[in-house]
Design a protein around this ligand. Structure first.
Ligand SMILES: Nc1ncnc2c1ncn2[C@@H]1O[C@H](COP(=O)(O)OP(=O)(O)O)[C@@H](O)[C@H]1O
Ligand SMILES: [Mg+2]
Length: 310
């Protein structure tokens, strides 16, 4: 008979502090399974993970902090997944954006899976480093070395209220807009000051360029504008203006554009400056298209969007 045990360990001391039974198991990772029962194993995270890695934070956050349905199939939800920091996409005043891979090895019949994420981290003291979960000891239950699964929990960590609010504001906006069909990155999860979203790539493993960096053909320019206006209309239909729309906050992914950087979305009617923001968004984008050879009248665009609001 096989018994199924579950053990969750939140342990950050030495093995010598452990009950001797667990300590023995912890020391002997290769202990043969005496029956069908699960064998408990302890692994120190520091031994298992590289300095640029952490356990996936997917299950650390509550339900509402994970992305909306229908969830794209590429989203890695396995709790044994590992996040690996691959580099910095951009550092900024309020936030830094990193490239993170979330991947899980093949487990039993489930194939290996991985996806790239953009991690936007709003700046606070305690979020300057990636190592906030490396001091934990993980409890694992395993059938054998292949069929293993990480059990992990995160202790409470300090959160900067201000930075967290920006992350949640952007999270909220991405959720609303993604559900409304606006071309924005899929919001994967928010955890305190860190927002994980779909990485918008260039098809060759790199990041998609900002609109400001590309010189599309006349035909593509027209397609980009139609997409942009469609997105702005959807926003307006929801009563919102981007609030910081510019060729730096629109990515060009092949034939598709994606709007990013949305923590400050503005309520067009409720905000006393809502109209000003909308007009400024129109101005910034019309100027760029016009400069690239597709003449766009900002007032016409503005008027068109207002018909969506009222
Ligand atoms: N989802 C994403 N996919 C690819 N690149 C991204 C993504 N989000 C942000 N970036 C890159 O990071 C830069 C900064 O992100 P952004 O959200 O505009 O923050 P901010 O301008 O406030 O620093 C973007 O210009 C873009 O190059
Ligand atoms: Mg930006």
């Amino acid at each position: 008979m096989s018994a199924e045990y579950e053990l969750t360990a939140n342990y950050s001391g030495n093995f010598s502090d452990l009950d001797s039974r667990w300590a023995d198991l912890a020391r002997d990772e290769s202990q043969p399974d005496p029956s069908d029962a699960f064998v408990f194993k302890f692994h120190s995270v520091d031994e298992e993970l590289g300095p640029d890695q952490r356990w996936s934070t997917w299950l650390d956050v509550e339900r509402g902090s994970r992305g909306p349905d229908p969830r794209p199939s590429w989203v890695v939800t396995e709790q044994a997944a590992i996040d690996t920091e691959l580099g910095v996409l951009k550092t900024g005043k309020e936030a830094d954006v990193f490239l993170v891979e979330r991947a899980v090895e093949a487990i039993g019949d489930n194939p290996a899976k991985s996806s790239l994420l953009a991690a936007k981290r709003y700046r606070t003291e305690e979020h300057r480093s990636f190592h906030r979960s490396t001091s934990y000891v993980e409890g694992r239950r395993t059938r054998n070395s292949r069929d293993s699964r990480a059990m992990h929990k995160k202790t409470a960590h300090g959160r900067s209220v201000a930075a967290g609010q920006w992350a949640y504001a952007e999270w909220d906006a991405l959720n609303r807009l993604w559900k409304a069909g606006v071309p924005v990155p899929y919001p994967v999860q928010v955890d305190g000051t860190e927002l994980l979203m779909e990485f918008i790539d260039d098809g060759e493993g790199g990041a998609a360029p900002r609109l400001a960096q590309v010189r599309p053909s006349k035909e593509l320019l027209g397609q980009y504008f139609e997409q942009l206006r469609g997105g702005m209309r959807e926003l307006a239909r929801a009563g919102l203006a981007h609030g910081d729309l510019s060729p730096y906050n629109v990515l060009a992914q092949g034939e598709r554009i994606v709007m990013i950087d949305l923590p400050q979305v503005v309520d067009i009617v409720g905000n006393p400056k809502g109209m000003d923001f909308l007009l400024r968004d129109c101005h910034n984008m019309a100027a760029w298209f016009t400069n690239r050879g597709l003449e766009i009248d900002e007032q016409e665009l503005f008027a068109d969007l207002l018909t969506m609001v009222f």
